[in-house]
Design a protein around this ligand. Structure first.
Ligand code: NAP
Length: 266
């Protein structure tokens, strides 16, 4: 490891007291496992510990390989239960056990409701996801793609757990969460995990981006991620299986956009 390489910034996951890296890594669509494992190991050596997967991504086995490569203690692993498996306590536990088997671990750090089931009540969904924590299969629970109203219902339905995050789409072209989801999460000490944060690798070249890129010496990907991280609750999880892309992503932390640059991008 290059010891002089600055470790990337850390943030707290919700109000758990758990330190996670300000940038996490998504895994949807990883296809070249060997290349991906090397790129992920590089990121972990530089302080990235947050890794995101889901039972429907077919990448839990890839994350299992990463865990064995870098060591379980160096990672904070999130997976997600698909709504179709949330319909009973038994099916939710079966899904979680299936995920753990593919990951090759006994407990995940965080499990999310991938998106709200469209006919079940939120309280039933929360009861079932809480059972995963009660069984000791996850340390924390959270939600994804929940509106403020759904988060309110979820938070008031918990019996013994807290909802530590909401994972939502957030990037420079999709900023509606700034109006309601982010303020709600900040007020209630929840993290906002930002998915598709670099718009699939081609951030929109807004007016101002070029000027900010020249004045900061950073790329549009780095500026976009730093822009999202101006909220301390936000944890972007870009996906890359390409070492050069991961290096660029990691260069989005350790510095801050000036207020005038934020205003220009805003
Ligand atoms: N909760 C949900 O409902 C939900 C929904 C969607 C996604 N997610 C999670 O969020 C993660 C990220 O979102 P996403 O995968 O949709 O989109 P994203 O992270 O915005 O973009 C990923 C794409 O960008 C490319 N890329 C990465 N770094 C790059 C760079 N420096 N230069 C150019 N291209 C680059 C990647 O290709 P390379 O691999 O070749 O670098 C990949 O094709 C997912 O992987 C998943 O874990 C969650």
């Amino acid at each position: 490891m290059e010891s002089d390489f600055p470790k990337i910034d850390t943030r707290e996951m919700g109000s758990t007291g758990e330190k996670v890296s300000a940038i996490g890594l998504g895994t949807y669509g990883i296809s070249n496992y060997k290349k991906g494992e090397e790129a992920f190991a590089y990121a972990v050596e530089r302080g990235v510990n947050l890794i995101d997967t889901a039972e429907i991504y077919n990448t839990e086995d890839f994350v299992g390989n990463v865990i064995r490569k870098v060591g379980r203690e160096n990672l904070f692993i999130t997976t997600k239960v698909a709504p179709k498996n949330l319909t009973s306590k038994e099916s939710t536990l079966r899904s979680a056990r299936g995920s753990l088997k593919k990951l090759g671990i006994k407990t995940v750090d965080l499990i999310l409701i991938h998106w709200p089931h469209d006919t079940m009540s939120i309280s039933e969904q929360v009861k079932n996801i809480e059972s995963v924590q009660k069984e000791g299969l996850t340390r924390y629970i959270g939600v994804s793609n929940f509106s403020v109203k759904q988060m309110e219902e979820a938070r008031s339905s918990t019996k013994s757990s807290e909802i530590v995050c909401n994972q939502v789409e957030y990037n420079m072209s999709k900023r509606d969460v700034e109006k309601d989801v982010i303020p709600y999460c900040e007020k209630n000490e929840m993290s906002v995990v930002a998915y598709t944060p670099i718009e699939k690798g081609t951030p929109n070249m807004y007016k101002g981006m070029k000027d900010v890129s020249i004045s900061t010496g950073k790329t549009s990907i780095q500026i976009s991620l730093n822009f999202l991280m101006r909220y301390t609750s936000v944890l972007p999880i870009p996906k890359s299986e390409n070492l050069e892309h991961i290096k660029e992503i990691l260069g989005s932390t350790g510095w801050r956009l000036k207020d005038k640059d934020i205003a220009l991008l805003d």
